[in-house]
Design a protein. Structure first.
Ligand SMILES: [Zn+2]
Length: 246
């Protein structure tokens, strides 16, 4: 293939832009914030489960306490009724005696219920403490996530801006390169790890870094400036300049 030496030089500029674009794409994929957000999301999911369990424990205790309070209310109502009948003092003595017995047992029942309620209230206080602790850790993790997300967005915006800048220069540059040379460059770039053209510097291919053998060097030296020369080792386009050491 033949191409004007100037067009071949433009390939180096194009390669510079394409390498920068590839590095930016790599940076976008490998931002540390991606891994950080992933681990924070897992932490948030775990804490959310923990919060639900802690809330269920508090709700269960509230329900148990409410049931005990209802029982206590029933006992109180029954006591009031018995007390009122005793105060009136009417009725057979046996009946009044039975009422007094019932009052004693109702008092004992109320005291038992109140003890049980007290116990549950202590448990509830502990459960609430657990819930508050989880809620605090959840708030911290949410804040950390928001911080990481904002750092990620900032980094992505910076990368997008750089990409826009590089891409804007790419178009006019490709217009200065013949279509067949550009196609070869693009094909080589795809098949050779992102580098399609490199400077031949001091007898060394800039693509694979290998030094040209004597015979190879002679072939390249003898090649017409319009000739597009390629490395025997890596196949990439070698652009010759005064630095090529031929
Ligand atoms: Zn090479």
């Amino acid at each position: 293939m033949k191409a004007d030496p100037e067009a071949q030089l433009r390939l180096l500029d194009l390669q510079g832009i394409d390498t920068a674009l590839a590095q930016l794409a790599h940076r976008r994929r490998t931002l540390p914030e991606h891994a950080e957000l992933q681990s924070l999301d897992a932490r948030l999911a775990g804490l959310e489960d923990e919060r639900v369990r802690a809330q269920v424990a508090v709700d269960d205790l509230d329900r148990d306490i409410a049931r005990l309070e209802k029982d206590v209310d029933q006992v109180r109502a029954r006591k009031d009724k018995d007390q009122a009948r005793l105060t009136m003092g009417t009725g057979p003595a046996r009946e009044l005696e039975a009422l007094q017995h019932e009052l004693v047992s109702l008092n004992r029942r109320q005291s038992d219920l109140e003890d049980a309620e007290l116990e549950l209230m202590e448990q509830r206080e502990q459960a609430q403490g657990v819930l508050d602790g989880v809620a605090g850790r959840l708030a911290e993790a949410r804040e950390a996530r928001a911080g990481a997300a904002s750092r990620r967005d900032e980094a992505l915006a910076g990368i997008a801006k750089d990409e826009e800048f590089r891409s804007a220069a790419r178009g006019p540059l490709t217009a200065q390169i013949p279509a067949d040379l550009l196609a070869l460059y693009n094909r080589l770039r795809e098949s050779s790890g992102g580098i399609g053209a490199a400077l031949l510097r001091a007898g060394r291919c800039g693509g694979c870094r290998l030094e040209l053998a004597g015979s190879e060097r002679g072939r390249v030296r003898a090649a017409d400036p319009d000739e597009v020369v390629r490395c025997e080792e890596c196949g990439r386009i070698m652009v010759r300049t005064a630095e090529s050491g031929l």
